[in-house]
Write a protein that binds this ligand. Structure first.
Ligand code: XMP
Length: 509
């Protein structure tokens, strides 16, 4: 196997290291620092990540590296570089000031393979409050910055390298080059992890795992479940049974158009219109969490009933992706499992007792899109904005009625179609409209109106964890506002949400 092991010490950037490595067409996996795999034979190289902790105070973050250092090519980043020094006979002490921001490298050692293709003075990103005062035994300094003497070092006679800065962030101009130098030139890892290779491998893996058994999978219209279904379809053909539930909270015309698209892709899919059941479950509920719960429960009931109509199903297919799988380490050093666990297996609906198959569980979102493109899935489907499971129910503040859903579907359609028509859709990570529980006074013709207010929301983000509101052109907002008020009965006022996350969230509920 051509695999790289990344040890997580709780840095917010650990996933970014993994993404940069994957961009080099090299497969990698993240493990918490205290769960180092016992069998390291498949790993060609190891990377130690950063941490908000200090090696001086957080004894708990001190894993035993003796099976790694000197035995595998090793790159230690930020906290990792400090811990490597601490672990190997060097000394780490508090810096006089916290070193945060841009710095420029000057090379100490010429012809250093780690720095090939990196320009002298190259900008790097620093974020640390301790410094390596003394290098470890056999440590050789290879680069410094104005404030950080030991910005990069290696250990003589080993393929062990350490850098105080973060190569994975955008501000480190040659960071990717250094990662490539380490992985390809020093560790000799082959760059074989491409979407095509992944598809071939995962189809073979699914075939072997599932054999002639049946799989049931819930499609949502989103990218992940669609790509997972196409992969399973290629692996097991008509033994894959897909169910697409209309919860009555989808976008305008979405149920039929996506269902048609799925059928056109050759998927064995059953559309189940359960809208009324969801409206009944939601009737009178206005608390956001109560609404989410009611929708979740209704979905489980509908899906369970449908899955039970099939006989001899052995597997449940899911579109789980890597960020949902990684166990992250909390900033305080205590490892915290974020993987959801199913307690109380006896109380689960029948379909949840099935064995799980997750063809995308090792991929990041952008990789899922690339794999989807390799599989020939329509780029429009692959480029769709994320859409929450509870759908428009969490964009209608307060209680849900079919009439309110119909109004919001119209408003949302004007907004989304407008974004597409003006070439803005692909520049926005997620967009939608919110129906507020507020009536305001307006005037139309000679008549006074007293109708609903809607808010429009468009955000830029990479993972939904943080988001900035998008500065949509005023002319566009003006046109969309006019179109909404002129075409959607019951709405006489449009506002634009200019809050970022944090402190606001993307959804209003
Ligand atoms: P927030 O509102 O937390 O949203 O900033 C972050 C991302 O998550 C989506 N979201 C949900 N997705 N079920 C989902 O499947 C939910 O209950 C839910 N709530 C929020 C939201 O659309 C955004 O992409």
């Amino acid at each position: 196997m051509n695999n790289v092991l990344i040890l997580d010490f709780g840095s917010q950037y650990t996933q970014l290291i993994a993404r940069r490595v994957r961009e080099l067409n090299i497969f990698c996996e993240i493990f918490p620092f205290d769960k180092i795999p016992t069998d390291l034979s498949s790993y060609k190289a190891v990377i130690l990540g950063g941490s908000p902790a200090s090696v001086r105070s957080e004894e708990v973050l001190h894993p035993d590296l003796s099976e790694i250092r000197g035995k595998k090519p090793l790159l230690a980043v930020c906290y990792g570089a400090q811990y490597l020094a601490h672990f190997s006979g060097g000394e780490v002490a508090a810096s006089n000031t916290r070193e945060y921001g841009r710095a420029n490298l000057s090379f100490i050692k010429d012809n250093e393979i780690f720095l090939e293709g990196v320009s002298e003075n190259s900008q790097v990103w620093m974020s640390h409050s301790d410094s390596i005062k003394q290098l470890p035994t056999n440590g050789v300094r290879i680069a410094s910055t104005k404030d950080v003497e030991n910005a990069a070092y290696k250990i003589d006679g080993e393929t062990t390298y350490a850098i105080q800065f973060h190569p994975e962030v955008y501000h480190s101009t040659d960071g990717k080059q250094m990662l490539e130098n380490f992985l390809v030139k020093i560790a000799k890892v082959e760059q074989t992890f491409t979407p095509n290779a992944f598809v071939e491998e995962v189809i073979a893996e699914m075939k072997a795992k599932i054999g002639n058994d049946k799989v049931v999978l819930g499609l949502s219209g989103g990218v992940d479940s669609t790509v997972a279904a196409v992969i399973l379809n290629k692996a097991i053909g008509s033994n894959l049974y897909c169910i697409f539930v209309n919860n009555g909270l989808l976008r305008k015309n979405e149920f039929q158009s996506v269902l048609d698209q799925y059928k056109g892709m050759g998927l064995n899919v059953k559309g189940v219109d359960a809208s009324q059941r969801f409206y009944d479950a939601l009737a009178g509920l206005d608390d956001p969490e109560a609404k989410r719960k009611a929708i979740g429960n209704a979905f489980i009931e509908v899906f369970d009933a449908e899955a039970n109509l099939l006989t001899d199903v052995k597997f449940l297919g899911q579109g789980t992706i890597y960020p949902d799988v990684i166990e992250s380490v909390s900033a305080t050093g205590g490892p915290s499992a974020t993987i959801k666990s199913h307690h109380n297996v006896g109380g689960l609906p029948d379909f949840m007792k099935l064995q799980i198959v997750e063809p995308l569980r090792m991929l990041f979102k952008d990789e899922v899109r690339r794999v989807g493109a390799t599989l020939g899935i329509d780029p429009e489907l692959l480029g769709r904005h994320p859409f929450p499971g509870p759908g428009l129910a969490i964009r209608i503040l307060g209680d849900i009625t079919p009439e309110k859903v119909a109004i919001l579907q119209e408003v949302d359609a004007v907004f989304i179609n407008g974004l597409k028509a003006h070439g803005l859709y692909d520049k926005v990570w997620q967009a939608g409209a919110i129906l507020l529980p507020v009536n305001s006074v307006g005037v139309m013709g000679d008549e006074r109106t007293y109708e609903k207010v809607v808010a429009l929301r468009a955000v830029e983000s990479t993972d939904g964890m943080t988001a900035d509101w998008v500065h949509l052109p005023y002319e566009f907002l003006q046109k969309v506002s006019n179109d909404i008020i002129n075409h959607v009965r019951g709405v006489n006022r449009v506002v634009y949400d200019i809050s970022s996350k944090p402190p606001a969230t993307i959804e209003w509920e």
